[in-house]
Design a protein around this ligand. Sequence first.
Ligand SMILES: [Zn+2]
Length: 645
Amino acid sequence: VFGLVCLTASGFVLAWAAPEPVPPPGTPSLDPTPRSAAAPARMDRSPATRGGLPVVPVLSYDITARLDEKRHVVDARAEVHWTNASSRPVRELWIHLYLNAFSSTRTLFMRSPASSRRTAAALVEAGGITVNRLSAREFGGRDLWRDAARHSPGDPADDTDIRVPLPEPVAPGGSLHLDLGWVARLPRLVERAGYVGDFFAVVQWFPKIARLEADGTWAHFAFHPLTEFSADFGNYTVTVDVPAGFSVAATGQPTSTSTSSGRRLVTSEVRGVHDFAWVAWGSAITTRTRVAGVDVDVLSPRGHPLELEQTLATVQQSLPFFEHRFGTYPYPALHVVIPPEDAQAARGMEYPTLVMTGGPWYAPYLGLRSIEAVTAHEVAHQWFYGLVANDEHAWPFLDEGLASYAESEWMQRAWGNGSALHLPWLSVSTVAESRTAAVEYGHLEPIAQPADQFDSLEHLGALAYWRTSTLLRTFGNVYGQARLEKALGRYAREQRGQHPDPEALIGVVREELGDPAASNLRKALFERAWVDYSIDPITHASSNGAAIRSRVVVRRRGALTFPVPIVMMTGRGARKMELWDGFGASHTFESVGDPIVSAAVDPEHRVLLDDDLLNNAAAVRSPFPWRSLGRGVSLAELVLLGLGP
Ligand SMILES: [Zn+2]
């Protein structure tokens, strides 16, 4: 998800101070990472032979669905093949009916505080899923839905998380062939689901079997506005029936299309995904291209060619960039939807092989790079969420944090210091933007906690997205960018097709960056750990005409411990540097003779998580107008906040 571009646009405090870890200070270039010899070889993209797909899907869905565009209803039927891949007999199924979040104003989703919601939109027209058939061949076609729970556990007003008891247990390795029928009523667009005019975002629209853990427990939960999704990998064959003339973007690759009697049938197939979403749109413009061997189509509204151009350019360059960092994109197609102006709530969302992107049409004219950022973020989600399928309810930082980090890597690479905002007189980097939110909220809540535990969307954004991203960037700066890239590249490749938890990430960080890094990561994720380096006023002592003794005391507060350089200048202009391992509460440097007149700890601001960068330097006679800078920053913050969409 990406709904937070301007949440803390005040970020550019660091426009002056943030280090620029990616080279070219010159003209921003759209050229992605130079492809080294280590770049992955291009591979066959045919679904049958393509490598890198998540393996052993435990589910297959064969769905036919008809959109009634006048009643805003999808009538659907499916054959579902489900396998008990756990080590225990299973006596129940848990089925997510996420679209029921919009069935009334009393559901968990709709009654949650507005601060948890991405938009303030009211429920104009309710939606939901009505299951009209659920049976299993193994149980003689008996109606299983009759015994299903009527509501989510302990919550009579919510029916997004439904338990279905089974007449007999399914042994480990056993299967069910389910016959499923349902009607999905699409709400008038709420957050990402529903319709506006002739635009239909058909998402979270089918009864989705929850993920069964290896130990036989189910990862199931009611749909909370801060929560996203979790499911097992499966294979899907889906035929949608829409009015002729409608464009369709659906998860997977379209394998057949036909038109008759004013209707259009589009069949899509895909292997190894954990969700299926589609968009049907009467007045879309479709643009097709091919990026690194992947068929890319973009559905966009009429009238905003610049938005389309920026979106296409970002996909063209970020997809190979992410492949190089995180492994091959294994699917033959990628669909990009830029929703129309009146469906803004659908923007900034990821589904397997389908991303909803877009930004305010006027962003480019204000120098904001939000269209590029949202597009890169959603494309990055194809790895962190799509291929590496952590439970988004339990550990949202694993997908949002890594997608935000990947996005910022790409944005920095492409646009350098102007990666968030570029105006003739002001550049703001996405690194600076993220850092400000990361520091401001860092003491409040842990990063690593379930989505619905966050106080608000604002906290979730600052911590799961931006503090995670800033933490990883700090690790790259401190322990080495190449080592961090290796660690994240391994995580992405080794966890492909898996459902990792935070230990998987901490594990590769330990192996590639070492124990101190792993310890910092754990404390930062789980314990709200922070750090602030500072320098005391420099003191000079001299007695009885002896040489001057200078004393510099550097302090570290907080539980994170990063090694930092201390750089000092003497009155005669000599430069001294000392490395401090960062352990202990303080470090004292003394010298005799030529007096030290200024000192700075971590002068390049590699530790982006440092709470206060303005106390990192001390001078006997200030060579720099710190106070004026502070005032300038506040003024500039106000200006930027005013610009945010
Ligand atoms: Zn996201």
